[in-house]
Write a protein that binds this ligand. Structure first.
Ligand code: PLP
Length: 356
């Protein structure tokens, strides 16, 4: 028999979340962001449940090719653009829309021999200072691109560093307005947070990612709890061992947790080699046998120890939810000093996945 840990992907939740995102987006078209192997869910497993989308946003050419080979004919956007001149052959063959964030890419487009023009997302740097042209360079880049026979439709693209708050988008929006003045082209600005919370950013295409998987762009589940979003990934396992601790007994590597009184703890078949964060401290939420409790002690490679005090009936074989519908991935992440994005992306290849 195999180890009891399993990740379950809920395709009905994907469809529901896409509907929620679409409703939030108003009339804007929607790129479903499936980069990083669909945020760890598996692009092959999820894309069909997202077929109602207008396009897929991702950044690995392999993922784009996979979607084309499975029969996806609508647009695919390369969020990080192409990486080498030679990549343009693949963009041409598979008809991929690409972001363009640097001058060398404009030159590469000028030199390329394409069968037909490619649609371009002209990426501007609105203050995050990762990729993109400075606002004052946007017009020039646009003119250069417009003059190239290899370039089809040009959409202005920007990305927010802090779309959780109104203050976070005010300055970048101002820069975008300034850069876009006099340019007659579609725009795509909004990630999940902006799609949910800032309609003035929606424009022609929104680009939600995390909300499709049912987690919060702010890292706080409460922020999306009323939106009808549903967790897509549930990570479950079982109790495979029980220890009865006496007062003063310690648990796990480093003996980080010490029982102050008699206490039962359960050992769960899940560890950091499965993608559960090693850094998660005592107190991180977990559900055993339908009862909310907490992990105790150090997460090890293959096991986690949990407090069975609130669930005295639990024992070997009891069901454990590490995250999912009851234990929100945002809450596990918050307890661990990170965000749900990182946890879902880190699901390890050794964890069997079931699609329901
Ligand atoms: C990842 C990404 C998104 C989606 O971000 P979420 O916060 O997951 O909605 C949108 N746009 C770009 C350029 C991205 O890289």
């Amino acid at each position: 028999m195999s180890r009891p840990i399993v990740a379950t992907i809920d395709t009905a939740a994907l469809r529901q979340n896409l509907a929620v995102a679409r409703k939030a987006a108003g009339g804007s078209r929607l790129w479903s962001v499936v980069k990083a192997n669909a945020y760890g869910h598996g692009i092959e497993r999820v894309w069909q449940s997202l077929q109602e989308t207008d396009g897929f946003g991702l950044l690995d050419l392999e993922e784009a090719i996979l979607l084309r080979e499975r029969g996806w004919k609508k647009p695919i956007l390369l969020l990080e653009g192409f990486f080498h001149q030679e990549d343009l052959d693949i963009l041409d063959r598979y008809r991929l829309t690409t972001s363009v964030h640097s001058n060398w890419q404009i030159q590469a487009l000028a030199k390329a021999k394409l069968s037909a023009p490619l649609d371009i997302y002209l990426k501007m740097n609105s203050g995050m200072n990762r990729l993109g042209f400075q606002p004052e360079q946007v017009h020039n880049a646009w003119q250069k691109l417009r003059s190239l026979p290899n370039v089809g439709e040009i959409t202005l693209m920007a990305h927010f560093a802090e779309a959780e708050t109104a203050e976070g988008i005010a300055e970048p929006l101002q820069r975008i307005e300034q850069a876009a003045e006099g340019l007659d082209c579609p725009r795509s600005l909004a990630n999940s947070a902006a799609t949910l919370w800032h309609p003035q950013t929606h424009h022609d295409w929104v680009r939600p990612g995390i909300i499709l998987y049912g987690a919060s762009p702010s890292g706080q589940w409460q922020d999306i709890a009323g939106n009808g979003l549903k967790p897509v990934m549930t990570l479950t396992s079982e109790i495979i061992g029980v220890q009865q601790l006496g007062p003063g007994a310690r648990v796990g590597y480093g003996g980080l947790y010490r029982a102050s009184e008699e206490q039962r703890i359960g050992v769960v078949a899940c560890g950091y080699a499965d993608g559960y964060p090693r850094i998660s401290p005592t107190g991180t939420p977990v559900m055993v046998d339908g009862v909310m409790t907490r992990i105790v002690g150090r997460v090890s490679m293959d096991m986690i120890t949990v407090d069975l005090t609130p669930c005295p009936q639990a024992g070997i074989g009891s069901a454990v939810e590490l995250w999912g519908n009851h234990v929100k991935i945002d809450d596990v992440a918050a307890a661990s000093g990170t965000v749900g994005y990182e946890l879902m992306c880190a699901l390890a290849p050794r964890v069997p996945v079931i699609v329901v």
